[in-house]
Write a protein that binds this ligand. Structure first.
Ligand code: 5GP
Length: 203
């Protein structure tokens, strides 16, 4: 086992299927899913404390101003942020902490932490993305348009990411994320104790 946990950041346009992929990934062994705070209204199927910690703008600002968020961003008129405490606790336990966050948040985390891997999940096409958002039937047409515009903006920053995974099949996307994390975990800087031991045995 490597020496430390890892932040696994998964971004991608609204409708790229991040939520579904992440839910399938996280029951597995060493993954822990960070639950974000948001000021967005819950969708009918969403549960407070499971999908998000839903809060008012004032509650959000209070946590943010007390340095309680690892990163935060505004997305289509709502605030979103990653509570710091859970992530830091899980990293100490050597877990792979999954953050499902937007591009702005991902780039903030990349600036602050070496120990992160950025994965961008994309739909098979932008047409498919529009169909998924319309068929999901959780947002108004204006919000869908807003999210599609945002998707075009986010895709422009894709080269800041370490890996791109096309989500045309959820199980295959999950398998690819597992492969990425397994390979990343073999990097020397995540295995310094093995290296020290090897060097020690040479003396
Ligand atoms: P949704 O409203 O569809 O649940 O999420 C909208 C966008 O906000 C998605 O791109 C999602 O990944 C992102 N998001 C969710 N939680 C966070 C967070 O804690 N921080 C940031 N920066 N983005 C988040």
């Amino acid at each position: 086992m490597a020496d430390s946990g890892m932040l696994v950041i998964i971004s991608g346009p609204s409708g790229s299927g991040k939520g579904t992929v992440v839910k399938k990934l996280c029951p597995e062994n060493n993954f822990a899913l960070s639950i974000s705070m948001t000021t967005r209204n819950p969708r009918p199927n969403e549960i407070d404390g499971v999908d998000y910690f839903f809060c008012t703008p004032d509650e959000f600002k209070k946590v943010r101003d007390n340095n309680g968020l690892l990163e935060h961003a505004q997305f289509c008129g709502n605030f979103y942020g990653t509570p710091r405490f859970y992530v830091e606790e899980q990293i100490k336990k050597n877990k792979f902490v999954v953050l499902e966050i937007d591009v702005n948040g991902a780039l903030q985390v990349k600036e602050k932490f070496d120990n992160c891997v950025l994965i961008f999940l994309i739909p098979p096409s932008m047409e498919e993305l529009a169909n998924r958002l319309i068929n999901r039937d959780t947002e108004s047409i204006e919000t869908i348009e807003d999210r599609l515009n945002r998707a075009h903006e986010e895709v422009k920053l894709i080269d800041k990411y370490d890996y791109i995974i096309i989500n045309d099949d959820v199980d295959k996307a999950v398998e690819k994320i597992n492969t990425v994390v397994t390979a990343e975990n073999l990097k020397p800087f995540r295995n310094t104790s093995i290296i020290k031991k090897l060097n020690g045995s040479e003396n």
